[in-house]
Design a binder for this molecule. Structure first.
Ligand code: FAD
Length: 501
């Protein structure tokens, strides 16, 4: 008879390790299941991962996290989306906002009627129909309020200091009963059937358990190294494999959005926090060497650096399985997709949610593992396709890197979406998928893809009535934006950190 699961061992205490430990500590509170987390201060955490998606609200709500308290602690700000500068072509910019633009026109979805209008009126912008976009542009922020107006549907995420976030999660986890062990894992001991029996730590200590969650970061010490699960490399589609990261001082108000600026062989991020900006250059080493990249990053900073730039090397792809035997990998140990759409923390949450759904009580079932691997595989693939779209769909051809992106082959799943859009402006939406129609629309349109013709049913609408309807929508959104306080006033009033601490 298989033994009951009585001890969960989380290996690694970055964002992935602490989010997993906190979640299961809450879920299993009052049961005989014990949760132990092993981490090494000497090794440390990757220390980036500062921009999120609105999915983090789910985690905060389940954990009972007070949002103002969390932002104060992590010196966080609010995020309405991402501004993409120079991606579609030099000198062009667009916003990928959270939340849906506009409303549907009776039975016709917003995007099909708007595309009809926009194809005939190229100066119209999608931003005018999305309150998040407009508020971001004007540096405004508030939480949803009221009813029957776009203010009620405001959708936002956060920026925060990654090291402070790990500390915050640690506090929550330890308060919920997670036992933290400081130590370096030196060996992963296996049983005769190849499952993990325990971890041997420095100073002769060991930690045994029933299920092991590998959150050891890029190294994937348990799943990758000890269990030998291979890696599926996606760098032919996403060739960036390095990042330089550096914080800078900021003079002025933090903007309520992440900025991503395309560069010659990659892109640069800027993430505004209360006390500093996070910056980094993600680049492809096949097209630009590390020295050139750091020079380019430093030359394009908007404030004085607060530390020396730090190099992070990575490989894009995912483990062929993320659950093998009695080991589940979560976070960087499971795979990596560059942070262009801030999706890694969201994928950590997905991994936790699927594991909760399939959490074992006694032994392990192949059916559970297979479902978990299939579900997580799909999650990574959808994000992968969405990221490739940014590189593939633009009009940049001004460097070897961009010429490579323009000519590389892409997954059939993405090609099908592009074909569908370029024909009649149709957008595939798969139930449960993180990126909804509005995200695909914002990026496809923003990158410069255009349908050959509008949806034929949208062409049956009366043009004057449609123009009036769209003008009214723009007007309501503009008035809502005027009403909103500034992002910095909102922070000052609700969640300003004590920066003298
Ligand atoms: P890590 O933070 O690396 O933690 C690994 C843990 O394992 C550490 O505690 C370490 O001490 C421990 N460990 C390792 N080996 C041992 C050992 N032998 N013994 C004991 N302990 C060990 N994500 C987003 O959502 N938004 C972003 O904006 C974003 N930006 C990013 C930018 C870059 C350049 C990169 C590389 C990633 C970014 N990410 C982003 C991803 C994000 O940083 C990670 O998903 C997140 O931090 C989780 O990391 P982790 O916990 O898996 O790994």
């Amino acid at each position: 008879m298989p033994e009951p699961i009585r001890k969960i061992v989380v290996a690694g205490g970055g964002t992935a390790g602490w989010m997993t430990a906190a979640w299961f500590a809450r879920l299993l509170h009052g049961t005989p299941v014990e949760i132990v987390l092993v981490e090494s201060d000497e090794i440390g955490i990757v220390g980036v991962g500062e921009a999120t998606t609105p999915y983090l609200h789910v985690f905060n709500q389940v954990m009972g996290i007070d949002e103002d308290d969390f932002l104060r602690f992590t010196r966080g700000t609010f995020k309405f989306g991402i501004e993409f500068v120079n991606w579609g072509g030099a000198g062009r910019a667009y916003h990928h906002p959270f939340g849906a633009p506009g409303r549907d026109y009776g039975p016709l979805p917003f995007h099909s009627v708007w595309l009809r209008h926009a194809l005939a009126n190229p100066s119209d912008t999608l931003e005018a129909y999305n309150l998040q976009s407009l508020a971001a542009r004007h540096g405004k922020f508030m939480r949803p309020s009221g009813a029957n107006s776009p203010l009620a549907d405001l959708t936002y995420a956060f920026h925060f200091d990654a090291s402070l976030y790990a500390r915050y999660l640690r506090q929550i986890s330890e308060a919920a009963g997670v036992q933290r062990i400081e130590g370096r894992i030196e060996q992963v001991r296996l049983t005769a059937d190849g499952s993990i029996e325990g971890l041997s730590l420095n100073e002769g200590r060991s930690v045994d358990g029933d299920i092991f969650i590998d959150c050891t970061g890029f190294r994937s010490l348990l799943l990758g190294e000890a269990l030998g699960v291979g890696f599926e490399d996606w760098s032919h589609w996403l060739p960036c494999d390095r990042a330089w990261a550096v914080p800078t001082a900021r003079d002025g108000a933090p903007l309520p959005f992440t900025r991503s600026t395309a560069r010659a062989s990659g892109w640069q991020w800027r993430i505004p926090l209360q006390h500093r900006d996070g910056n980094g250059l993600v680049f492809a080493s096949a097209f630009m060497n590390e020295a050139q990249a750091v020079d380019q990053l430093v030359a394009n900073l908007e404030g004085p650096p607060l530390a020396d730039p730090r190099l992070i090397r990575f490989r894009t792809g995912r483990r062929k399985k993320v659950w093998e035997k009695n080991c589940v990998a979560i976070g960087l140990a499971a795979g990596f997709l560059e942070p262009l759409e801030s999706t890694a923390i969201m994928l950590i949450q997905k991994a936790i949610a699927y594991l909760q759904y399939l959490f074992p009580d006694k032994g392990f079932s192949d059916a559970d593992r297979d479902l978990y691997n299939a579900d997580m595989g799909r999650e990574y693939e959808v994000v992968r396709d969405f990221l490739i779209l940014h590189y593939r769909a633009g009009e940049r051809r001004d460097s070897d890197f961009w010429r490579y992106c323009a000519s590389m082959s892409i997954p059939d799943s993405l090609q099908n979406r592009i074909d569908l859009f370029q024909s009649r402006g149709r957008i595939q939406e798969i139930p449960g998928e993180q990126f909804r129609i509005q995200s695909w629309l914002a990026v496809m349109w923003g990158q410069g893809l255009r349908p050959a013709a509008p949806d034929p049913l949208a062409m049956t609408l009366d043009e004057a009535a449609l123009n009036k309807w769209l003008a009214e929508m723009r007007d309501v959104i503009a008035r809502c934006c005027d009403y909103m306080p500034s992002h910095s006033d909102f922070i000052a009033q609700h969640c300003a950190a004590n920066l003298t601490v």
